[in-house]
Design a protein around this ligand. Structure first.
Ligand code: ZN
Length: 78
């Protein structure tokens, strides 16, 4: 009894894990381009700002501040 319960639990965990991996592969990656330095960053709500209805994410507070000072400078570079 115990052993089969463990086996079922393991299968459920494995299924959930592979489903998550599959869902993540399907979905748009949760990454954004830091417009200041151009690297891909994780979408961290603490390091984001909105400009003209678009959300921008940054690798650091310093870059976020740079962007806030002159957003046009970074937005134009596309
Ligand atoms: Zn940066």
């Amino acid at each position: 009894m115990r052993r089969s319960a463990v086996a079922i639990a393991l299968i459920v965990v494995l299924a959930a894990t592979s489903m998550t991996v599959w869902a993540q592969a399907k979905k748009a990656p949760e990454k954004a381009k830091d417009p200041v330095c151009g690297i891909m960053v994780d979408k961290d709500p603490n390091l984001s700002t909105e400009y003209k209805g678009e959300k921008y994410y940054f690798c650091s507070k310093a870059d976020m501040e740079k962007f806030k000072k002159e957003p046009e400078k970074y937005v134009k570079k596309k």
